[in-house]
Design a protein around this ligand. Structure first.
Ligand code: FRU
Length: 495
């Protein structure tokens, strides 16, 4: 049965969502049907389609009591909205249906697992909401919350772990047909840990072990965990809050990381061997993966950063999901590349080879705000070059810059001049692998965002900007002499 609260959200989004024109949204990235979006949720393949749910507050462009928005796609790029799937309509989730995940049950039903947040005020007047894990089953369109909810509550976790920060279940099926689930939780030392639960039927859960802990080393609370095998390694992915910058690997605030290691499933022991940021840009958080029917492990994140969420009074939507990206391991690192489905949306192609660059130059046909462009840069002489700079979303007053400095092997993105009038972080730098001054940059623009894949996915660098769409120029410039190849495709999302 659809509750009055869910019905209200569905009517609201249908009515007000219709006022948002397609041209005012990203063309091939999911944005909320109306209002606010944060984390991607329930990312999965179910009955012939990809489903992507999201943390959703339809009634404003600010975070509020969390619902789950819902969309489906056959190619991970062109999304069709379905009615909102969950509303905070039960006593155990009256303060919000927080992040979670989904899978198909053997009987064909679709199972959603999410964090129910119950509003709670302690005697001292401090609000300390209670977080539990809850289930809903459905048919890909409508979902019923289980009468047995919550299925994992405070009595199911070890002593010293906090029921006030216990969230974001990621559910998966094991090879033997049983189920596992990882959940983020805060421990006695105030920092995060990832708890593993197991179940024979996906309905009755029991605590198994603490897979890994933060020990106040990588941020504080660890949110939105995911746990999967990739090319023979085991990856624990999580989003730490309150990070203190670590070199150029992790910046202050909310970060994301891959913990790479080995896993002994019989002993339930995860042996962490390496740590790596998921994305090195300004706007990326709370990623989640799915396993595609063809075996690809695909990740998508919230293309935003909590500390820089600013919407104007006129805005009708806020928040986007990144391009889904294929994950692989190369040379001991996780590598990301846009899903191959993107090639099917390629429109007009423009390409140039061996173009000498020094003074700022533009190339005929190389412009646009919905494009997939690969630029390879190399030094033109043995003296090398000091830096190479590309401007995108450029107009007479605006641009976003991408600069490579071979001497320090750093890539720097800046949206300082993108038209922002906010004084928050607009610049990010990361290390890339130097190959004698050569670098390959694949830049994907979708109206209000840029995703840069460096050297075939060794780094992903994501940022959003609010530059007027008329600023669609692209230019190249170098201090010292470079030579570039450019291949650019327009993306035609209504193909
Ligand atoms: C991450 C997060 C999750 C939580 C959700 C609430 O961005 O804080 O931990 O479930 O957002 O909207």
């Amino acid at each position: 049965m659809t509750s009055a609260l869910l019905q209200k959200a569905r009517e609201y989004e249908e009515h007000y969502g219709a006022y948002i024109s397609d041209a005012a949204r990203p063309a091939f990235h999911l944005s909320p049907r109306v209002g606010w979006m944060n984390d991607p949720n329930g990312f999965c393949f179910y009955k012939g389609q990809y489903h992507l749910f999201y943390q959703y507050h339809p009634y404003s462009t600010k975070w509020g009591p969390m619902h789950w928005g819902h969309a489906v796609s056959r190619d991970l790029l062109r999304w069709e909205y379905l009615p909102a799937a969950l509303a905070p309509d039960e006593a155990y989730d009256d303060a919000g249906c927080f992040s979670g995940s989904a899978l198909e049950l053997p009987d064909g039903r679709h199972l959603l697992m999410y964090t129910g947040v119950r509003s709670h005020m302690d005697e001292d007047g401090v609000r300390r909401d209670l977080q539990t894990q809850c289930l809903a089953v459905g048919d890909g369109l409508n979902y019923e919350k289980l009468p047995s909810n919550p299925v994992i509550a405070g009595d199911g976790i070890p002593e010293g772990f906090s029921v006030h920060d216990f969230r974001d279940p990621k559910i998966f099926r094991n090879a033997d047909g049983s189920y596992g689930c990882v959940v983020g939780c805060r421990t006695q030392d105030g920092s995060g840990a990832i708890l593993l639960f197991e179940s024979k039927n996906a309905f009755d859960w029991r605590f198994v072990t603490v897979l890994d802990r933060c020990w106040n080393e990588y941020g504080r609370m660890w949110e939105c965990p995911d746990f999967f095998e990739l090319d023979g390694k085991q990856i624990l992915m999580t989003s730490p809050q309150d990070m203190s910058a670590v070199g150029l690997e992790f910046h202050n605030g909310d970060c994301t990381m891959f913990l790479l290691g080995d896993y002994d499933p019989a002993a339930h022991v995860f042996d962490r061997q390496a740590v790596q940021a998921v994305d090195y840009g300004l706007d990326f958080y709370a990623p989640q993966t799915l396993l595609a029917p063809d075996g690809r492990r695909i990740v998508a994140g919230w293309m935003q950063n909590w500390d820089t969420c600013v919407s104007g009074p006129e805005d009708k939507w806020f928040g986007q999901v990144t391009l889904p990206r294929e994950l692989t391991i190369r040379d001991g690192r996780v590598v990301q590349n846009p899903v191959r489905e993107l090639a099917a949306l390629h429109g007009r192609r423009v390409s140039y080879s061996d173009i000498p660059v020094q003074e700022e130059l533009t190339l005929r046909g190389v412009y646009g705000r919905t494009i997939d462009m690969t630029v390879t840069v190399r030094p033109r002489s043995e003296c090398g070059y000091t830096n190479f700079r590309m401007k995108v979303a450029a107009g007479s007053q605006h641009y976003t810059s991408i600069t490579y400095t071979p001497l320090t092997s750093t890539l720097r993105v800046s949206r300082d001049h993108s038209g922002t009038n906010r004084d928050f972080v607009h610049v990010r730098e990361c290390f890339v692998r130097d190959r004698g001054g050569e670098i390959k940059l694949r830049v994907i623009l979708d109206r209000f965002s840029a995703e840069i894949f460096v050297n075939d996915g060794e780094q992903a660098v994501t940022l959003t900007f609010h530059t007027p769409l008329s600023a669609d120029g692209i230019s190249f410039q170098s201090q010292g002499k470079t030579v570039i190849n450019v291949e650019k495709y327009d993306i035609v999302a209504d193909k």
